[in-house]
Design a protein around this ligand. Sequence first.
Ligand code: GLU
Ligand code: MG
Length: 444
Amino acid sequence: MAGQGVVAVALTWVDVSGITRTKTVPVERLEHAAAWGVGMSPVFDVFLLDDSIVSGRYIGGPTGDLRLHPVLERLVPMAALPGWAHAPALRYAQDGTPHPLDARALLRRETDRLSALGWSVRGAFEIEWAVSKDGGDGFTPAGKGPAYGMTRVTELAGYLRDVLGALKETGVTVVQMHPEYAAGQYEVSVAAEDPLGAADTAVVVRETIRAVTIGHGMAASFSPKVEAGAVGNGAHVHLSLWRESAADGPANAMAGGSGPYGMTAAGEAFAAGILRHLPALLAVGAPAVASYLRLVPSHWAGSYACWGLENREAALRFVTGAEGERATAANLEVKCLDGAANPYLLLAALLAAGRDGLGADLRLPEPVNVDPVGLSDAERAARGVEPLPSSLAESVAAFEADAVLRDALGEAVADTVVTVRRGEIDLLGGAAPERIAAATRWRH
Ligand code: GLU
Ligand code: MG
């Protein structure tokens, strides 16, 4: 590391409100940090997005200390932050027992639970962000070109090249990048990995984009709603389920079967589990008051609890990929999620929902291959298509009523999720959209 010019290592973890928090060690101290950890207060678990602090049943107050241990296998020099490396961290108590609110450890537990059943998951976050011309509080979109327009690329070609270059140098495999719908908005998709890797990568990609943007004298927002009234930033999650014991290597349960559009029975059950738990999952995956400014019909955010083939208005979109590539490419895209979510906690909750579907061998209802907003109320009722929660309070109520998810996450996490969400509702619930957007814009 030191040979590569690394001076400082940022140990990061993501809090319940979706903010990446950090402690840094000089590279010479890394070995000591790996052995003994670095002190950090548990109170960050009850921080809100504006850095105010609520008190939870499990966490609160200024006392106590945890040990933050870098995960050395995921240590990576950050090309966009010269002299810096990044390591995701795991949090332990001083006696060496894992901290019950550690989201990365929780995700590990969920992958282990699936693995014990013979399954693994591959996943990736799509990252959308909006670029503002200056670093001021407001948002002034960089570039004037039309949605998805080449003009938007040309206007910021040097910047976008540097984003791609920095991601490559940092070891991230980008599969594509494009200008999005809203003014100044772009998206990058990265290759699927195991769930822990996908969450670590989401953190690294975001900090890389942020750094390159700042380096170009601009600012990047990953907020679900950068500007009231404009299309928001999603953080769609792509997932595929793999049978580990297949004769010729792991086999994708999303293809090659006799279920809908080629899903296997297990792939369908996993998808149906996610569909079943979507309202409650939003308390983890659309966790900000601003999330509900984004999650509205006709914004490709997937605001209806239904699934469909390639349907951008369905919360769960089945993506088959090109015909010859289905065996590796077919996957589920959960669209109703955004970048205010803690990626570890969110993947843990998605895996638990899918595991519930597998355990109950659930089937999917008929796919919805039209924009659900165009169906009459009677048609929607007949097809079992419900709008997803339209506020954080509704999602929290669904989460509280979902014993399966609460149980998978564990009482301390579930209770803290509810506490933090309630704190954010007290902070911003009922505020004007402009105020909510402004308060959220530069936080994640
Ligand atoms: N920006 C949209 C969202 O809020 C998604 C657009 C797309 O389908 O990529 O999720
Ligand atoms: Mg997009």
